[in-house]
Design a protein around this ligand. Structure first.
Ligand code: AMP
Length: 217
């Protein structure tokens, strides 16, 4: 079972992908996470994409397609892939379809998470993660039980925010979403692969809706 989670920045794709990994043993392929990892480890690629990412623009199709190709061809058997933040352009969607057929796989469904823009601003500007274990939090919806301490790994004072989680970069990211990524919704709808869920519901409700969408195929 291979699925795409599609939605604007802050729709909750990463949060829901993490649940699917835990509950269904799927593999999350997030190009955003891969690019951030490249930056943290100081690779040439990381240095090359840093400015583009911080401004909220898209990195080139060639780079992200290369990252996905590497993962698809090296991953061992799993119960499937969750594509999170990829594809973001029609060229990436075509490349994904080719890459999947190369490894004898196919795309099973595309789940669109809808959230209105006003909610996205608060979702994005309030979110942070533990720098040690990566656990995600939000100032309003998912605060740690003890302020400053990670519920998951117990680390104190290791919370961090993404450099592009600010209002300026978010404007650019939303523009990129509407201009380059939203045409994919029509594309997958026409291919009868699209399912829509309301991403404004609680994390648990959205999780249940995604489970239902997956079971319906
Ligand atoms: P994300 O974590 O998915 O919000 O991605 C963070 C940033 O990484 C984006 O704003 C882009 O600069 C870059 N990025 C991630 N995935 C892609 C992609 N599929 N195509 C182009 N740029 C991407």
């Amino acid at each position: 079972m291979n699925i795409i989670l599609i939605g604007p920045p802050g729709a909750g794709k990463g949060t829901q992908a993490a649940t699917l990994v835990k509950d269904r043993n799927m593999i999350q392929l997030s190009t955003g996470d891969m690019l951030r990892a490249a930056r943290t480890s100081g690779t040439e690629l990381g240095k090359m994409v840093a400015g583009v990412m911080d401004r909220g623009e898209l990195v080139t199709d060639e780079i992200v397609i290369g990252l996905i190709e590497e993962q698809l061809t090296s991953s061992t058997e799993s119960t499937g892939f969750i594509f999170d933040g990829f594809p973001r352009t029609l060229a990436q969607a075509d490349a994904l379809s080719n890459l999947l057929s190369k490894v004898d796989q196919k795309l099973d469904t595309v789940i669109q998470m809808t959230v209105d823009d006003e909610a996205l601003v608060r979702r994005i500007t309030g979110r942070f993660t533990c720098g040690v274990c990566g656990q995600g939090y939000h100032e309003d919806f998912k605060a740690p039980i003890i302020k400053g301490k990670c519920d998951n790994c117990g680390e104190v004072g290791a919370f961090k925010k993404r450099a592009d989680d600010n209002e300026d970069a978010l404007k650019t990211r939303l523009m990129a979403y509407y201009k380059d990524t939203s045409p994919l919704i029509g594309y997958y709808y026409a291919k009868q692969q699209l399912q829509q869920i309301n991403g404004l519901n609680s994390i648990d409700e959205v999780g249940r809706d995604i489970s239902e969408a997956i079971s319906s195929i």
